[in-house]
Design a binder for this molecule. Structure first.
Ligand SMILES: Cc1ncc(COP(=O)(O)O)c(C=O)c1O
Length: 332
């Protein structure tokens, strides 16, 4: 198998469930069958998409003999929370470098970061402009103290992390085959681009007739699309595959609204509609914007009657339990 040569450590609860969203589909007119891939239930301290990436990233860290992990994000970063959980599970030290002024109050993901034993470092963006450099400086300090740090970029979005989503496509395909299902599209929230790159690489490798639609939560399309294209290209190269992803990268950026973490009427409708039709909780920062994009696409007839469309639920619910001011505004 093409992924077998990459080291992987078991961290996530896989496979995640594939579920039909019958009442949600009906509320949107009943012509398109919406399914949900429950990566919000992937384990690692309340779940989310990063569990899959961390399986490959931290396996590499262990292989390199590292005992410490450093990563970055905003104060409500799901990626930081899940990295802290993975480090705890593997007995590694975890350092989180927040691209934010310091907050004293612990809510949502930040509360969990501390509970999970991570060491928090605050870097005010008004004072530092290169967070990657801040992580390198911290790595050097930790090295001088005798530790072996492994640095993970924002969102775990490098080619190794994205392998988690190549593997996710393989997992989904097994579930879909068993139900004799074919999906017209996967719709998901796209931030740093690694999830989308992995999904697209998986779709291309398996020659699936499925669109991968990343709904941006922050960046404009002219910025995110090239990022996803480059990352997909790198993932495919890592897998010794020479396919060109350029024509297949699709980013919708009209659901960001005023910015990262700022709700829109459409994202609030999405949160409420899924809660009240499916009893399903999505998050205000990422998945609600993705579902807003999905709702719009269904209502405007993007897919023909009878199509199956998958909402890939990437998690994020701890942010529901934090005041909006703690969501960050600058994490990706
Ligand atoms: C809940 C949730 N959904 C989606 C994403 C976006 O994933 P990516 O950064 O791989 O684009 C994130 C990233 O932090 C997230 O936390």
């Amino acid at each position: 198998m093409y992924l077998a040569k990459f080291p992987r450590v078991q961290l996530a609860a896989l496979p995640t469930a594939l579920q039909p969203a019958l009442r949600f589909s009906k509320a949107l007119g009943g012509k398109v069958n919406i399914w949900i891939k429950r990566d919000d239930n992937s384990g690692l301290a309340l779940g989310g998409n990063k569990a899959r990436k961390l399986e490959f990233l931290l396996a590499e860290a262990l292989l390199q003999g590292c005992d410490t992990v450093i990563t970055t994000g905003g104060p409500q970063s799901n990626h930081c929370r899940m990295t802290a959980a993975a480090a705890a599970k593997l007995g590694m030290q975890c350092h989180l470098v927040f691209n934010s002024r310091e907050f004293d109050l612990r809510q949502g993901n930040l509360l969990l970061d501390e509970l999970l034993g991570a060491q928090l470092h605050w870097r005010n963006p008004a004072e530092v402009d290169d967070i990657a450099q801040e992580m390198s400086k911290l790595a050097a300090e930790l090295q001088a103290q005798g530790r072996k740090p492994y640095v993970i970029p924002v969102g775990g979005s490098n080619p190794v992390g994205a392998l988690g989503y190549v593997n996710a496509v393989r997992e989904l395909l097994q579930q879909a085959d068993a139900l004799n299902l074919q999906f017209s599209a996967f719709v998901h929230a796209s931030g740093s681009g690694g999830t989308q790159a992995g999904l697209l690489a998986g779709v291309l490798l398996h020659h699936l007739p499925t669109e991968v639609i990343g709904v941006s939560v922050s960046r404009p399309r002219p910025v995110l699309e090239p990022t996803v294209t480059e990352l997909t290209d790198l993932v495919l190269s890592l897998l010794n595959c020479s396919l060109d992803p350029t024509e297949h990268v699709q980013v919708l950026d009209q659901f960001v609204g005023e910015g990262y973490g700022i709700p829109t009427p459409e994202s609030e409708e999405a949160l409420q509609l899924l809660a009240r039709t499916e009893g399903l909780i999505i998050d205000p920062v990422y998945t609600a914007k993705a579902v807003a994009g999905l709702i719009h696409a269904v209502r405007t007839g993007r897919w023909p009657e009878g199509s199956n469309v998958l909402f890939w639920h990437t998690g994020g619910s701890p942010a529901l339990f934090a005041d909006q001011i703690f969501w960050g505004g600058n994490s990706i």
